[in-house]
Design a protein around this ligand. Structure first.
Ligand code: BGC
Length: 704
């Protein structure tokens, strides 16, 4: 159990941790640990620890204004080791923060490189994500930092967003569950930071764009995962976003940082700005509730001291911010850093975890005539093709970039699995000699997709930014077409951090795998899956449209964008559009059936039980998904929304009982007129199946 369990930090933390452990060990398959916590064990975030508050009072009483202000900003613009510090107060023995990036691995020196967030989202495996968080938290501590600047939990409004790879997907519920698990894991060792608060979803214009939306859209679509991070995971830090929300910069947005985050959700710890361009003016930032400016003192520091001294800024606001900072440091025991040995960094256990995540993240999109798994192939019958086939391709070149240790590329993984060298064509445009060589091959594995040149955080002088198109480059498309003409069986492997449209060429291929940016062991996992060592179980955490025009607009040049209530599968359903691959979709080498759906309600929750049977010939995992519809609702609603899911491993021919559960509170809508939540008395519909468009069982329940 975590290191905070033994201390008095408010009962919520301990109860959530116990509930989490129970969830892992329990015989019953609950929908998710977080939901269990939300239903029966909601943490009390308003409770403060008297001993901690008294220590804070004591320190505040002793601190000069300059010492208080020194707590409120970072001290290094570009630290060589990538650990961003805030000042220690040596006189009083108050440690500073040491912040480090890392949604895909800790960004200090060489560490474990995990599959990116979107790949981890495709696992739908909450327990596994908890373990990833726990591993990253341990590596953060081992490298001497105390705040991990992760997870990125911005909803994926549009797959062209350059940082799509960092987050977990397009759905509020799925994103909440993955984010909560990661934070709970990280916070066994150090603080996590939920970023970027809020509605950060475009790169090119991120420093100035205003995302405009009504309060209902904000509360229901852009914030619930942050609320879950606060209430369920007790996250220790929140990073404000660069962009504006409804015309106000997020770091100056009192509605966001104080009224919602603190007053409504009971958040007790600190908010730091996003880096360099994330702060603007001193008074509105202080008044909004921004506590720590990073990475230096552009608007805080001397300007705060001067403002208090000349009476233009209220010292009480400084005291409140410093109180939150000190409370965080005491609560998370920053003065007693855990001694984690360097040997945990990229340890055999963490590497094995990275491999397991890569395995579970692979999404099989096409498997015509059971082309996969490949069996009875010798190395000489196989061709591995494409510039990406032997390229280290772990994600973008932005702040989440971490230094790769050894990396297994697709070619290396396949060669190891085959115990021999296949024909390798390491470029995207075939020569005549290549074509001649290919004509005698039985199987072609074509590795194409995206790199840091195509997508990523937008940092001047570095590759990245938003995507120009959701399709493959003309070169990659031509490569697929030509190979499929020459070779009997063509398997395409896509790398990338988000949706890739496939309509122009998918008819030509026999197998199609979404491999994302699979981390340091991605090539091993891919080869194992292609040759049938395990059955794929990854499911898309986003929708792949037929045409990108089917999606909501994505304008990364505008300074102001209006965000409606619908995006992703909710919008595609609402517009009645065909999709290429629906949210939640992914094939298996086995087959599954669900039956015997029972729906019941108790005081706080809706419970579903059903039987899941593996009707195929191999052991496999399936993700059972439950979606709710709202016929007769007084307001416009999505046709269906994900409310619960569970990844379940089932041996061939076996059946298991699955129990899914979700709180009744998750069915409510935000009523703008009364500025509150409304839970409607309705006959709700529930569908259970294997994707948002593949609901096998239907039921209903009444909430009064
Ligand atoms: C990014 C943050 C990151 C920070 C520190 C910013 O540009 O938006 O996600 O944590 O830099 O590297």
């Amino acid at each position: 159990m975590g290191r905070w369990d033994t201390q008095a930090v408010g009962s919520g933390v301990r109860r959530v941790s116990r509930s989490l452990l129970g969830c892992f060990l329990g015989a019953v398959l609950l929908a998710s640990c977080g939901e269990d916590a939300e239903v029966v064990d909601k943490p009390d975030n308003t409770g403060l620890d008297p001993a901690i508050e008294s220590q804070v009072d004591d320190w505040l009483g002793q601190m000069t204004l300059e010492e208080k202000v020194a707590q409120m900003h970072g001290t290094e613009l570009l630290p060589a080791d990538r650990i961003y510090p805030t000042a220690d107060n040596e006189r009083l023995g108050i440690p500073g923060f040491r912040m480090v990036d890392g949604p895909r691995g800790v960004a200090v020196g060489q560490t474990t490189t995990f599959p990116v967030g979107m790949a981890r989202g495709a696992t739908w495996d909450i327990e596994l994500e908890y373990r990833v968080g726990e591993a990253m938290g341990a590596e953060t501590a081992a490298r001497g930092a105390n705040v991990l600047l992760a997870p990125t939990i911005n909803i994926l409004r549009h797959p062209a967003w350059g940082r799509a790879q960092e987050t977990y997907g397009e759905d509020v519920h799925h994103l909440s569950r993955m984010g909560v698990a990661f934070i709970q894991g990280v916070q066994q060792h150090v603080l996590a930071s939920a970023k970027h608060f809020a509605a950060n979803s475009i790169e090119e214009s991120r420093f100035q764009v205003s995302a405009n939306m009504d309060e209902r859209t904000l509360r229901e679509i852009y914030l619930p995962h942050f609320e879950a991070a606060v209430k369920e995971a007790n996250v220790g830090s929140v990073m404000s976003a660069y962009n504006k929300l409804n015309g106000e910069y997020c770091a100056e947005n009192r509605h966001l940082l104080t009224e919602i985050l603190r007053e409504d959700w009971g958040y007790k710890y600190f908010v730091e700005s996003d880096w360099v361009f994330g702060t603007h003016e001193t008074p509105p930032s202080l008044q909004a509730g921004l506590d720590v400016e990073m990475p230096k003192d552009k608007i805080y520091g001397q300007r705060l001291v001067d403002g208090v001294n000349d009476g233009s800024l209220d010292v009480k606001l400084v005291d409140e911010a410093v109180r939150r900072i000190l409370r965080t440091k005491l609560t998370f025991k920053l003065d007693q850093p855990e001694q984690v040995p360097e040997s945990v960094v990229a340890s055999p256990e963490h590497r094995a975890l990275a491999l397991q995540v890569a395995r579970e993240s692979l999404v099989l999109l096409e498997n015509k005539h059971a082309a996969l798994p490949l069996t009875n192939t010798t190395p000489s019958e196989v061709a591995v093709i494409g510039g990406l086939s032997d390229t280290i391709n772990l994600g973008d070149a932005g702040s989440s970039n971490n230094d790769p240790l050894d990396v297994v590329t697709p070619l290396a993984g396949i060669s190891a699995r085959l115990k021999g060298a296949p024909l390798h064509i390491d470029h995207d445009v075939l020569t005549t000699a290549d074509e001649t060589a290919l004509a005698s091959q039985k199987v072609a594995i074509v590795v194409v997709g995206l790199t840091k040149e195509d997508e990523g955080e937008s940092i001047p002088g570095r590759p990245g930014g938003d995507r120009e198109t959701l399709g493959l480059s003309a070169e990659h498309q031509a490569l697929i077409t030509r190979v499929s003409e020459l070779v009997e069986t063509t398997i395409v492997v896509l790398e990338g951090g988000s949706a890739i449209t496939v309509a122009p060429w998918v008819d030509q291929v026999d197998g199609l795998v979404m491999a994302w940016y699979g981390g340091m062991n991605g090539g091993t996992a891919l080869a194992e899956m292609l040759w049938g060592d395990f059955s794929p179980s990854g499911k898309l955490p986003l929708s792949v449209p037929v045409n990108e025009q089917d999606l909501v607009p994505f304008d990364n040049q505008a300074d102001s964008v209006d965000y409606g209530y619908f995006h992703g599968y909710r919008q595609l359903d609402d517009d009645g559009l065909e999709v290429q691959y629906p949210f939640g979709y992914g094939l298996s080498y086995s087959s599954f059936e669900v039956s015997d759906l029972q729906v019941s309600t108790n005081k706080g929750a809706v419970a579903l039980t059903l039987t899941l049977k593996n009707t195929g010939g191999v052991d496999a995992a399936e993700v059972v998904q439950a979606y709710v519809g709202y016929p007769g609702s007084a307001v416009e609603r999505a046709q269906r929304e994900l409310k619960a899911f569970q990844r379940v491993e089932v041996s061939a021919g076996q059946s298991v009982q699955v129990e899914l559960q979700f709180p009744k509170g998750s069915l409510r809508y935000w009523d703008t007129a009364s500025a509150g939540w409304v839970l409607e008395d309705l006959e709700y519909e529930v569908g259970v199946g294997f994707s948002s468009r593949d609901l096998k069982l239907n039921g209903s329940f009444r909430v009064k």
